[in-house]
Design a protein around this ligand. Sequence first.
Ligand SMILES: [Zn+2]
Ligand SMILES: [Zn+2]
Length: 253
Amino acid sequence: MKITFLGTGTSQGIPVIGSTHPVCLSNNPKDKRLRVSIMVQWDDNTFVVDCGPDFRQQMLRANPEKIDAILFTHEHADHTAGIDDIRPFCYRQGEMPIYAHQRVIEQLKIRFEYVFATKNRYPGAPKVKINQITNEAFSINNKQIIPIEGFHYKLQVFGFRFDRFAYLTDIKTIAEAEIDKLKNLDVLVINALREESHISHLNLEEALQLVNVIKPKRAYFTHISHLLGFHDEVQQKLPNNVFLAYDQLEITI
Ligand SMILES: [Zn+2]
Ligand SMILES: [Zn+2]
């Protein structure tokens, strides 16, 4: 299984437009972060989690031949605003299978009415095949995917477990029963926004605590704010098996 970090930044991305913060001005490519998304290539399948406003740029640089499904964690714009740019895949492959909670699908129908319209469709509009998921394991092309439910302040979000890899973003809290689904992981990816506390995201300390509870072999942090600091400096402070993710990082499991 190959995981590609398509984006590792928080909702505004890094650099933030117009910011003069030193991290936003950094020349280190690891300090430049598009909005969060990952690509999971598992045998013959390519799955993408979330489709944010940087999707086009992410696809140009990762350049997958096809996408078998897009899975959504939740409806926030930094995770969904790129849907119009799935068109090149639709033109080649037909309808794009999307997997999301019912609430997320309802939100997408409001925000992207023309994508979901069944009448008077504009001929070039993106086409999706809706797959509503609940907090139960589901399969895509015989690959089992286990949703992991967390809360982003009061908003329910899904993370996903793919075999011995799990991806959780935009969570602040997670129930014991969901943590139980995360045993024996080779790699856990989890959100760590910054050092200071935040109402709807884990901060660095909370993310480290959760890694200590879940005990994956390795953990990678994502959904990073410029306020967390320079990549290389933060990395030096982390335990040996914990890493800050960065854009275009690839890991093989
Ligand atoms: Zn987000
Ligand atoms: Zn969010």
